[in-house]
Design a protein around this ligand. Structure first.
Ligand code: G4P
Ligand code: NA
Ligand code: NA
Length: 194
């Protein structure tokens, strides 16, 4: 998505060889017009799928997910994060290990908000090691729901996540695909000009 790539070029900041800071428009301050354009693009990419609900993880997935849900005219559910938890049987729970932070979080969704047989579109801001999406897949599976695919704002192709999802046959659509950070610059994968 050209608009997003341009925004990454102007406002993104590369940290080392693995991290892109985008807190100016996505991860802290949020640009609603850009989020809406991205939501519309996710809806267009998955237009041939029947989708009942959009699922994401708090916090940074929420902004793009709510606009995807708006464009699809369906509800959006965000999994909540908890470091540790005392569990009742009211929630679907998955472990999400962060390689970056070297800690495991639990993500959970109240069982009332995903019904068996529902068709879910997963949304997240970054695809790095794929652990957040893997956690959402686990929750969908436990709920007896079907995942139509994952819509990702920024994919880093050089980390493990994309291969992990490809192996599981999950359709992935990313609005920006970054192949490397070189000398503080972002290198994008070639893509069709949208
Ligand atoms: P994974 O889910 O793909 O396995 O990601 P990983 O453990 O590597 O990342 C942990 C957190 O860091 C996630 O956010 C993820 O979205 C974010 N992240 C990964 N790569 C980048 C990057 O290049 N830039 C930025 N800004 N974030 C990145 P989180 O801790 O779950 O936080 P939240 O922002 O959603 O609350
Ligand atoms: Na995230
Ligand atoms: Na994040």
């Amino acid at each position: 998505m050209k608009l997003l790539e341009e925004r990454i070029q102007t406002d993104g900041r590369v940290l080392g060889t693995e991290v892109l800071k985008v807190d100016n428009f996505l991860n802290h301050q949020v640009d609603p017009a850009l989020m809406q354009a991205m939501g519309n693009e996710f809806a267009r990419l998955f237009a041939t799928e029947k989708i009942d609900k959009v699922l994401t993880v708090e916090s940074s997935g929420i902004a793009p997910a709510v606009f995807a849900a708006l464009a699809l005219n369906v509800p959006m559910v965000f999994a909540r994060k908890k470091q540790s938890l005392t569990l009742s049987g009211d929630h679907y729970v998955a472990d999400v290990y962060s390689f970056t932070k070297q800690e495991t979080n639990h993500i959970l969704v109240d069982k009332r908000f995903i019904q068996p047989g529902e068709r879910l579109l997963l949304i997240d801001d970054f695809l790095a090691n794929g652990q957040a999406v893997a956690g959402m897949l686990q929750i969908a599976s436990d709920a007896g729901a079907t995942v139509v695919g994952a819509g990702i704002v920024i994919e880093k192709t050089f980390q493990k996540g994309r291969a992990l999802l490809d192996e599981q046959g999950v359709r992935v659509e990313s609005l920006a695909r970054i192949t490397a950070f070189e000398n503080g610059q972002v290198v994008f994968a070639d893509e069709s000009p949208v």
